[in-house]
Every structure is written in C-alpha cells, then in structure tokens.
Design a protein around this ligand. Structure first.
Ligand SMILES: N[C@@H](CCC(=O)N[C@@H](CS)C(=O)NCC(=O)O)C(=O)O
Length: 223
C-alpha cells in the first residue's frame, strides 16, 4: 500500500486543491475514488463516513493517520514535506495567504457545495436555473474580494512569483465557477493567475478532467 492515500472525487474542488499540493511536492499517492452521486453518494457509506465524519472528500491517509478538511491536509503536507513550500514562514504574508484561502474555503465553496444545492432543490423547490443563480450570486461576491486582495501585489501567481496555497484554492474555485456559468470577465488579475497556474504540470496533473475516475466523455475537454 502507498504511503499516502487520497480519497477524493475528480470534480470536487476541495479534492483538486489537495491533488495540486501532492503533485507540486512531487509526492506519489494512491488515488481512491469516492463517487459523490452514485448510489445516493458513496461519501455516506459507513466505510467512508468512518474516515471522514462530515462525509465529504477529500480524506488523506498518511502512515495510518487519517486527516480530513483540505486546509488541514494541505498544512499537514506542507509541514511533513516542506520543499517546495506552500506557505511562507513570514507571519504577515502567511496570514494574508490564509485569509485568501479562507475566503474560498469558508465562504465561497460551502455555498455551492453539493449537499447545499441538493437541500435547496429538495426542501425549497429550486430549479437548475435557481441553483445556478444562487451560486453565481455568492461566487461573484467572493471573487470580487479575491480580485481586490491580489490587485496590488500579485506576481505570476496570487502572492508573488512562487506558487502558494492561495493558488491551490483559487484555480479549483474558478473551475467550479465555470460549471455554474459565473461571469469571470471582471476578474482580470484572477484570470491571468489562473492561466499562469494552469500552465504548470502539477496543476495539469491534478486537473479534474484527467483523473482515473473522470468519465471518458468528459476527459480533457476543458481547462
Ligand atoms: N471544508 C471541506 C469541504 C469538503 C467538501 O465539502 N467536499 C465536497 C466536494 S468539493 C463534498 O464532499 N461534498 C459532499 C456532499 O455535498 O455531499 C474541505 O475543504 O475539505
């Protein structure tokens, strides 16, 4: 068995974050697919729910230790495998990067999460169009804040010319936004950073359209 095992789902943006971290650090890992829709959602089966108390992906296993929450996983990987680093040591810059990540992790992503949209549909009668407009509304607010955060000081990537955790959170969130037809035109800096990051092999290897559980019909059709 591989030393690092990642339970994840090709299309999940939180899984995508962790896959980028693993590839960025050149770490090999065993890919365990968890299908979020099949059979009522494999995340709810007891074998998986025992690993991840929130019944969400991703979950990482390393040397027998089980870790859920993509932020916790990425920080753990950065401490265990420090080179190349995803967070700087300098406290102020580190806090700004975490702030950027948390705008996505705590606000943008949860409002478009599968179970939230399923609830809106089942309990409140939301149509596909209502759900799309819901996601667009919240993501526009989040992207505006992110654009303002990077406007003055970005380089090739969100916080300079080296990849940081911020890029690992941004690129999957842009991928998710495209699925909901969010108008990304106003966010010129974020778009450029996204394009720069997607030119890197580690981002390409982690891409949702290139995973073992990506359906054949969807493979490599878009960035
Ligand atoms: N904050 C968690 C969120 C994880 C999460 O919600 N993952 C989604 C996929 S992107 C999921 O598993 N959703 C399952 C569901 O909604 O039923 C993390 O960053 O790991």
């Amino acid at each position: 068995m591989a030393e690092l095992v990642l339970y994840n789902y090709f299309r999940s943006s939180t899984s995508y974050r962790v896959r980028i971290a693993l590839h960025y650090k050149n770490l090999s890992f065993e890919y365990k697919p968890v299908h979020l829709l099949n059979d009522g959602g494999e995340q709810y089966k007891s074998t998986y729910a025992n690993l991840n108390p929130m019944s969400e992906v991703p979950t990482l296993i390393h040397d027998g230790l089980t870790i859920a929450q993509s932020m916790a996983i990425i920080e753990y990987l950065d401490e265990m495998f420090p080179h190349p680093a995803l967070f700087p040591k300098e406290p102020h810059q580190k806090a700004r990067i975490r702030q950027f990540c948390e705008n996505i992790n705590s606000f943008m992503h949860p409002l478009g999460n599968l179970k939230v949209l399923q609830h809106l549909e089942k309990k409140h009668g939301y149509t596909a169009q209502d759900k799309e407009q819901w996601v667009q509304h919240w993501l526009q607010k989040g992207f505006l804040a992110l654009e303002n955060m990077v406007k003055k000081n970005h380089g090739t990537y969100c916080f300079g010319n080296e990849v940081t955790a911020a890029d690992l959170f941004l690129v999957p969130q842009i991928f998710a936004a495209k699925r909901f037809n969010v108008d990304l035109e106003p966010y010129t800096k974020l778009n450029k950073i996204n394009e720069n990051a997607l030119a890197l092999e580690c981002f390409q290897m982690a891409h949702p359209m290139r995973q073992v559980d990506t359906p054949e019909a969807e493979k490599l059709i878009s960035k």
